[in-house]
Design a protein. Structure first.
Length: 166
């Protein structure tokens, strides 16, 4: 039996419920998938630079050029968030504070990315050739899977894994 002093000085850890365990698993899987999405963004950026016409991108268009500049920034952010997510699940490690902050920013980013992707597909269907439309639809579907799908797994895993609201 513990004395009163031992009880008062004992470290307190919240109980790990089933919801938290599921959230941690989702967050770990989401972190790995987000890291793959970051790599996909880098590959997309390289393909756009090497052959913009194959990717249905006009680098003379200011919005598409800004998108090209934004890809490596988004990749770095997503990489930090995924490392932070793995650190959060382990309870230690680099970028631990990126998990919570990243999850919130990622939720905002997912919404904005969805709006921008829908806008791009709407403008592309009207103005693009049939081949460019196919590329636009493929990029749209991959974007939905990468950001909304993978980011959604991470975000909802984080929502479940936070133990201070249990």
């Amino acid at each position: 039996m513990m004395t009163r002093e031992q009880l008062e000085n004992a470290p307190y850890e919240a109980p790990v419920t089933k919801k938290i365990r599921i959230g941690r698993r989702m967050m770990f899987i989401g972190s790995i998938l987000l890291f793959l999405a970051a790599l996909g963004n880098i590959v997309e950026m390289i393909l756009i630079i090497v052959n913009p016409s194959m990717m249905a991108v006009d680098l003379n268009d200011q919005r598409q050029f800004i998108y090209l500049i934004f890809l490596p920034i988004a990749s770095i952010f997503i990489s930090f968030v995924s490392i932070g997510g793995i650190s959060f699940v382990r309870g230690k490690g680099p970028f631990l504070h990126w998990a919570s902050l990243g999850a919130i920013i990622l939720a905002i980013y997912m919404i904005l990315d969805l709006i921008i992707d829908i806008r791009k597909i709407a403008h592309g269907v009207i103005a693009a050739s049939e081949q460019d439309q196919t590329v636009l639809w493929i990029r749209f579907i991959i974007g939905i899977i990468e950001i909304q799908g993978f980011g959604g797994v991470f975000f909802f895993g984080w929502l479940l894994a936070k133990n201070y609201l249990d």
